[in-house]
Design a protein around this ligand. Structure first.
Ligand SMILES: C[S@@+](CC[C@H](N)C(=O)[O-])C[C@H]1O[C@@H](n2cnc3c(N)ncnc32)[C@H](O)[C@@H]1O
Length: 326
């Protein structure tokens, strides 16, 4: 790549000079041009040499922040909501519609009040357990992933590490704030599974169970459906922890269980109430790779912001991966 850039620069300067050459001055100009090219190439090789002996600046300056290094109790839910979820943005609407369709089409047959029905993966494949349990991992101060699973589960476990977020979730479980009804009405739109729910607030209170915990300690083969939104890439600067979180989350589901996972595309950190939190920059490739051997992917959708609704000037899109555990 670098070689190609060098070559094209040299070619350009040669052709630019050529048009200005007259017959008499040609030897002088050629000599000057050759000196220029030699000077340019020596600077380029010096830069290349430095590149070999020193790591790129961004890497040498990069601060490594592991998940366990962060005090997640400092994560402030109210400030987070004020920036992210107080009102429904266009990208939220797109994401909520994507996951509403995904879970509605996944064939989950549970109906409120009917015990014993379960994943619609064919009667013979139904799990023996009579309780369908969903999980939202690292739910923080966002209820819409849990709401998207509500009609399909007897229980929804909300697993979160930060103490302030856990306290906020416990209080929201009793009667969640009005803004979440706006997210719910998007889920309802034309989807009978959600339309049948008379009171999402009551159903949430009955089904949600808040648990303070660490995603790296998730139990295996436990849940019938799951979500993990803006967590795997937004809790550490390290690739190993991103892919480890993905493996843990998918491994906590039963084989065949549907899931949705969302990511901030190419994020390198974020601030909540003046405190900096780490992120590992991901794109479709990293997500697909992390899920390659453990899940069947239906889609990795790229969701961009509506006009003037960008959360940060340097941020452009979210990614939502939907599929089933292998
Ligand atoms: C960027 S926030 C995402 C919150 C929410 N899921 C959303 O969609 O907006 C990352 C969340 O992951 C939680 N978290 C970080 N490390 C965790 C861990 N090891 N186990 C469980 N949750 C964790 C944080 O406390 C925080 O609530």
């Amino acid at each position: 790549m670098f070689g190609q850039d060098v070559q094209s620069h040299v070619d350009l300067s040669v052709s630019g000079a050529q048009s200005a050459i007259s017959a008499e001055t040609e030897p002088v100009v050629r000599e000057r041009r050759t000196r220029k090219i030699r000077r340019f190439l020596s600077v380029v090789s010096l830069i290349s040499l430095l590149g070999w002996v020193t790591p790129p600046l961004s890497k040498s300056r990069r601060v490594k922040v592991r998940n366990a290094d962060v005090d997640w109790d400092q994560f402030d839910p109210e400030s987070y909501i004020a920036v992210n979820y107080r009102r429904v943005r266009d990208d939220d609407r797109q994401i909520v519609n994507l996951i509403g369709d995904h879970f509605a089409q996944a064939g989950l047959k549970f109906r409120p009040g009917v015990k014993g029905n379960s994943r619609g993966v064919g009667d013979s494949e139904r799990p023996a357990a009579s309780t369908v349990v969903a999980v939202d991992v690292g739910c923080g101060a966002n209820l819409y992933p849990a709401l998207s699973m509500l009609p399909f589960a007897h229980k929804v476990h909300l697993i979160e590490r930060g103490a302030a977020n856990v306290a906020w979730l416990k209080q929201q479980r009793l009667k969640f704030d009005h803004n979440w009804l706006d997210f719910w009405s998007i889920l309802r739109g034309g989807r009978p599974d959600y339309e049948r729910v008379r009171s999402p607030r009551t159903m949430f209170r009955q089904k949600a169970e808040v648990r303070q915990g660490n995603l790296f300690d998730l139990p295996v083969d436990t849940y019938d459906l799951g979500t993990m939104f803006f967590v795997a890439e937004s809790m550490s600067t390290e690739y190993e922890e991103f892919s480890g979180a993905m493996t843990k989350f998918i491994g906590s589901l039963h084989p065949g269980a549907p899931f949705a996972v969302a990511f901030m595309e190419d994020s390198h950190g974020y601030e909540v109430d003046g405190i900096q939190f780490p992120a590992f920059g991901v794109g479709k490739d990293e997500i697909t790779l992390a899920l390659a051997d453990i899940a069947t992917l239906d889609d990795v959708a790229r969701v961009t912001y509506g006009n003037g609704e960008q959360l940060r000037a340097d941020h452009h899109a979210m990614l939502v991966a939907m599929g089933r555990r292998c």
